[in-house]
Design a protein around this ligand. Structure first.
Ligand SMILES: CC(=O)N[C@H]1[C@@H](OP(=O)(O)OP(=O)(O)OC[C@H]2O[C@@H](n3ccc(=O)[nH]c3=O)[C@H](O)[C@@H]2O)O[C@H](CO)[C@@H](O)[C@@H]1O
Ligand SMILES: C=C(OP(=O)(O)O)C(=O)O
Length: 430
């Protein structure tokens, strides 16, 4: 099993190329199921989750080829098995995004329930309720959602869908289903994430009629068929945010090429309050930091976009551990997304948790002769927890080994090579 070996203490300088967003590429690969015409996606990141999604759609009879430059060509004209099996869904929750497109184009779908994962339960009751409002008949049997149209119906019906909470994958499933439904669908309480906007733009390029994406009310006028398209996946704001926290912690001066500062307002605001300089520049985002010991830790609460993203909580917590002062972090989206805490503590961090709240005693001291964390072997437990351990390892004294980095490989495109490119001492060992 691969591990990362990090020797901490280097500042970071130079330029990093931000990849396409995992959380946009995965729904967009599913959106290609909505048409029998070829779809080309550009800027698709090289990630394990993308490979899993390609396996999933190929299992359905879809032709999909991926080139090294990030182009993926999909031809779903031969789709013959509208099914997402448990073996694949259990390793990647995003597989539930096949439900909406399969139901809309074929009138049937069998998709495994995702179950839970390390960070908490991943319920899909809102997906089922919303698609049922559009006329689908969905039963849950043997761990699968088995969905079909009522006898005689050929399309889903447009509907007004108000979800109990803001759901990102729910909004994506509804968008894709509604694009081919009969009549108008209005999504109330819709998610506003940049990845939703990017998916909507791809669907519009396929001929969908969508308005209001990026706001909490999205209107979709269903069309009878969608065409192929070429679409470029939006830059990964979470990858960019992770590098921002890494540079803030180590100190340095780095440009994140293609990074979108306008998609990271909540995180950038906190970094500025901490004392780092962060600017949108032509090429992307520039960060200059004197290093965590001279920054002030910042409390935050995770919420849906445009609030502070849950997918950045672990990485910012790692920064808070080595900055000055006490901070409070509240995780409101997932009930178990503090798995990195015990591992950060192994490196010397001081963190107390109580339910959704973590209190971090920042160990930053600009006068100290040694870094406050000391290298150790730590275990990655989930995707963003892994990234937080890498950030901690970059500032810790001596060697840190991050084990189980298959979690990291699900969602970061060549992270160690990118970090090495800006001066980190980090290598992958088997
Ligand atoms: C709003 C939010 O921050 N969503 C995050 C969530 O998206 P993801 O799409 O996985 O999760 P949702 O946005 O659907 O879930 C948001 C909240 O709603 C609940 N829920 C959701 C659907 C449902 O049918 N029933 C239900 O109760 C979830 O338990 C969760 O507490 O995890 C992703 C991976 O970390 C992040 O990229 C997303 O930013
Ligand atoms: C947890 C994440 O992804 P997933 O929903 O695929 O588990 C993430 O992107 O941080």
């Amino acid at each position: 099993m691969d591990k990362l070996l990090i020797r901490g203490g280097r500042t970071l300088q130079g330029e990093v190329l931000v990849s396409g967003a995992k959380n946009a590429a995965l729904p967009e690969l599913c959106a290609a199921l909505l048409t029998a015409e070829p779809v080309t996606l550009l800027n698709v990141p090289q990630l394990q989750d993308v490979s899993t999604m390609l396996t999933l759609i190929r299992n359905m009879g879809v032709a999909a080829e991926r080139s090294a430059d990030g182009t993926v060509r999909i031809d779903a004209s031969g789709l013959n098995t509208p099914e997402a099996p448990y073996e694949l869904v259990k390793t990647m929750r995003a597989s539930v995004l096949a439900l909406g497109p399969l139901l809309a184009r074929f009138g049937e779908a069998t998709v495994s329930l995702p179950g839970g994962c390390a960070i908490g339960s991943r319920p899909v009751d809102q997906h089922i309720k919303g698609l049922a409002t559009m006329g689908a008949e969905i039963v849950v049997e043997h761990g699968y959602m088995i969905a079909k149209l009522p006898a005689g119906a050929t399309r889903l019906k447009g509907a007004r869908i108000t979800t109990d909470m803001v759901t990102v994958t729910g909004t994506e499933n509804f968008l894709m289903a509604a694009a081919l439904a009969e009549g108008e669908t209005v999504l109330e309480n819709a998610a506003q994430e940049p990845e939703i906007v990017d998916l909507a733009e791809m669907l519009i390029a396929m001929g969908a009629r969508i308005e209001g994406h990026g706001t909490s009310r999205i209107r979709i006028q269903g069309v009878e068929r969608l065409s192929g398209c070429t679409h470029r996946v939006v830059a990964d704001r979470i990858e960019a945010g992770t590098f921002l926290c890494a540079v803030a912690a180590t100190g340095g001066n780095v440009v994140l090429r293609h990074g979108r500062a306008d998609h990271l307002d909540a995180v950038i605001e906190k970094l500025r309050e901490a004392g780092a300089q962060v600017q949108a520049v032509d090429a992307g985002i520039r960060i200059q930091s004197p290093g965590a010991a001279k920054l002030r830790a910042q409390g935050f609460r995770t919420t849906e976009y445009p609030g502070f993203p849950t997918d950045m909580q672990a990485q910012f917590m790692a920064l808070n551990c080595v900055a000055q002062g006490t901070s409070t972090v509240t995780e409101t989206i997932f009930e178990n997304r503090f798995m990195h805490v015990d591992e950060l503590v192994r490196l010397g961090a001081r963190i107390q948790t109580d339910g959704k709240v973590a209190v971090i005693e920042g160990l930053g001291n600009a006068e100290a002769a040694h870094p406050p964390l000391s290298g150790a072997t730590v275990m990655a437990t989930d995707l963003r927890a892994s990234a937080s351990l890498v950030i901690a390892g970059l500032v810790a004294d001596g060697e840190t080994v991050v084990d189980r980095i298959y979690h990291l490989d699900r969602g970061y495109d060549c992270m160690e090579a990118k970090l090495r490119g800006i001066g980190a001492d980090i290598e992958r060992v088997s």
